[in-house]
Design a protein around this ligand. Structure first.
Ligand code: AR6
Length: 373
């Protein structure tokens, strides 16, 4: 099945609309060439359908697709919500749909913005046919650029997880009066709405960034690292392979690919099986601080942490919790305007207890001032 938009199609449409010169210049400003040619291989239902362009769009055209998508100032009533599933199954609205929309829009004298929207929707649709997050064959750079150009809603059809948990469904932690120990920090009201403790699988979180407790190779492993790589799909490993590893305490950021999280921040915790000394403590705190720095420098406003180093790397959880809470508190004190939410994602009930017990030491409730009278 072949599909072509050529200058003659555009000319035909231009006869019907006096606004066409403006449309043409808008397209050109958006970086869209007038002789786009998308020929998609396979037939609907076949594994090749839409994934093997006979004439693959050049990189510049992919960039144009992304620029065109960003160019839009409307939120496209009627824009496709679901193009293609991450497993490659097909979509409710096809190429003929957008061509029809394009021609009809022109015939009815629709606004330039609506025409541009229809056009870029078509370009994005064509690009979406190339995305297969279950295969290691794809170009991770192209896929990353495409996924990061999408709105949250448009990215949802690409999730490879069986579900997702949205930020609005993760309750904010309510500061409570601490136990017998005095708080280590002053109350800071600006931070009260920014902390959550979430019990469950970090790969399900539909937030800006999740943190991975990785190893120095960044090529995957067991524990939470394995879970993240499985859910994201093989392109995550491809991008990780380009990063030249990561030192203990450092952090590097990648796309989330098939995850509901837009980004994955990979950090390498200290190995503490031989005991915890000052070096391990500092390295663990750096993991949290550097991960938050990676998040904020990529405009990620919601970040979830697993309990770094406390699994395979053997850091005692009852000590690790203090490094985690102190690092997050200190970062938020300095940069609270750059983050909306930091989520401590706990997998074990014992870790949940530890966080709930210790949070008041770092994020205290208002201290009750007793009257001396
Ligand atoms: N969601 C949230 N937390 C999880 C999940 C999950 N899906 N799975 C495990 N955890 P670990 P480490 C918790 O061992 O100690 C890997 O092989 C788990 O209960 O994943 O930093 C890497 O490649 C624990 O609380 O990470 C490294 O070689 C926490 O995640 C090495 O393990 C961290 O446990 C890193 O070891």
């Amino acid at each position: 099945m072949a599909f072509q938009i050529s200058a003659s199609h555009i000319r035909a449409v231009s006869c019907m609309s006096s606004s066409m010169p403006r449309v043409r210049s808008d397209f050109q400003r958006a970086g869209v060439k007038f002789k786009h040619f998308f020929t998609l291989g396979g037939s609907p239902g076949s594994p090749q359908f839409g994934r093997t362009p006979v004439a693959s769009p050049a990189r510049g055209e992919v960039d144009a697709a992304i620029r065109a998508h960003r160019f839009s100032t409307t939120t496209a009533a009627g824009a496709p919500r679901k193009f293609v599933q991450a497993n490659g199954s097909s979509l409710p609205r096809g190429r003929s749909g957008w061509l029809g929309k394009f021609a009809l829009g022109a015939a009815l004298g629709a606004s330039t913005a609506a025409l541009v929207q229809s056009f870029h929707t078509g370009v994005i649709t064509a690009m979406s046919h190339k995305i297969n997050l279950g295969s290691a064959e794809g170009d991770w750079k192209e896929t990353k650029a495409f996924l990061l150009s999408l709105s949250l809603e448009d990215r949802r059809p690409y999730y490879r997880t069986s579900g997702s948990v949205s930020l609005v469904d993760i309750p904010v932690w309510t500061p409570t009066a601490g136990g017998s120990e005095p708080s280590r920090y002053q109350r800071n009201q600006k931070l009260d709405q920014k902390i959550s403790v979430y019990s469950g699988d970090i790969t399900m979180l539909e937030i800006d960034a999740i943190v991975n407790a990785a190893n120095k190779t960044l090529l995957g492993g067991g524990g939470v690292d394995g879970a993240i790589h499985r859910a994201a799909g093989p392109l995550l490993k491809k991008e990780c392979a380009s990063l030249n590893g990561c030192e203990t305490g450092e952090a590097k950021i990648t796309c989330g690919y098939g995850l509901p999280a837009k980004y994955v921040i990979h950090t390498v915790g200290p190995i503490a099986q031989g005991g915890v000394g000052e070096q391990q403590r500092r390295a663990l705190k750096s993991c949290y601080k550097n991960s938050l720095e990676a998040a904020t420098s990529n405009a990620a406003r919601s970040v979830a942490f697993p309990c770094i180093s406390t699994g395979i790397y053997g850091y005692p959880p009852e000590q690790a919790v203090h490094e985690a809470l102190a690092a997050v508190r200190e970062f938020l004190d300095a940069h609270h305007d750059k983050l909306d939410r930091v989520i401590f994602c706990v997998f074990l009930p014992t870790d949940k207890e530890l966080y709930l017990q210790n949070l008041p030491l770092y994020f205290p409730a208002e201290t009750t001032v007793r009257s001396k009278l």
